[in-house]
Design a protein around this ligand. Structure first.
Ligand code: C5P
Length: 208
């Protein structure tokens, strides 16, 4: 079974994808981390995230970079969003994601284009949403908890800019698959969001 979990930043898609993987005994890939690694690698190499050539060169990042805590910062999220508009970057990361999705037994992948591009054949497609204020508040609390300086208005503006860039890009724009089931987590605490996602998967997989 392939479970595709798409959604914007801080919608809860990562938490939900990890929980679904644990619940259904499937391996999980956070595909945003791959784009974040490319963004970070561009910065480390002194390149320009908006340059297709610099961004493409950065797709050869060392796997050890995936453990860099800086990958989780909003600055790296912004770089990831800038490198992810380049078709060459998306093509370079495609095989790795596709191979993960099609491994025997299935997998859970979360990202922006899993249900539309990476695994359009997925049996389960969830589209996780949450309002901008709810997502900014979550990110604010997360940053404060990890001891980083944070300001709600700045975070909301950064998230909105990243959403717009992801939705408006020409290649694999961020959009719900026509057959995706939407789950709005704005008013749901972590455990309630996980329970709702598990219930949706069980409903979709129930034999008719
Ligand atoms: O999900 P996360 O915030 O880690 O993703 C970082 C950025 O990577 C996104 O804003 C998006 O531009 C890009 N991305 C993508 N396709 C994916 C996953 C992430 O374009 N499947």
């Amino acid at each position: 079974m392939i479970i595709a979990v798409d959604g914007p930043t801080a919608s809860g898609k990562g938490t939900i994808a990890r929980a679904l993987a644990a619940r259904f005994g499937l391996p999980h890939l956070d595909t945003g981390l791959l784009y974040r690694a490319v963004g970070r690698q561009v910065a480390l190499a002194g390149g320009d995230a908006d340059s297709p050539a610099d961004a493409l060169a950065a797709t050869a990042f060392a796997d050890s970079l995936l453990a860099d805590p800086e990958l989780r910062s909003e600055a790296t999220g912004g770089l990831a969003s800038r490198v992810s508009v380049h078709p060459g970057v998306r093509a370079a990361l495609y095989q790795r994601q596709r191979a993960f999705a099609t491994q025997p037994g299935g997998a859970v992948l979360d990202g922006r284009d899993i249900g539309t591009v990476i695994a359009p054949e997925a049996e389960v497609k969830l589209f996780i949403t949450a309002s901008l204020p709810a997502r900014a508040e979550r990110r604010y609390l997360e940053m404060r908890a990890s001891g980083r300086a944070a300001d709600r208005a700045t975070i909301a503006a950064e998230l909105a800019a990243r959403d717009a860039r992801d939705r408006e890009r020409a290649e694999a724009p961020f959009v719900a698959a026509a057959d995706a089931v939407e789950l709005d987590t704005s008013a749901l605490a972590r455990e309630a969001a996980i329970a709702a996602a598990i219930a949706l998967v069980e409903r979709i997989m129930r034999p008719r």
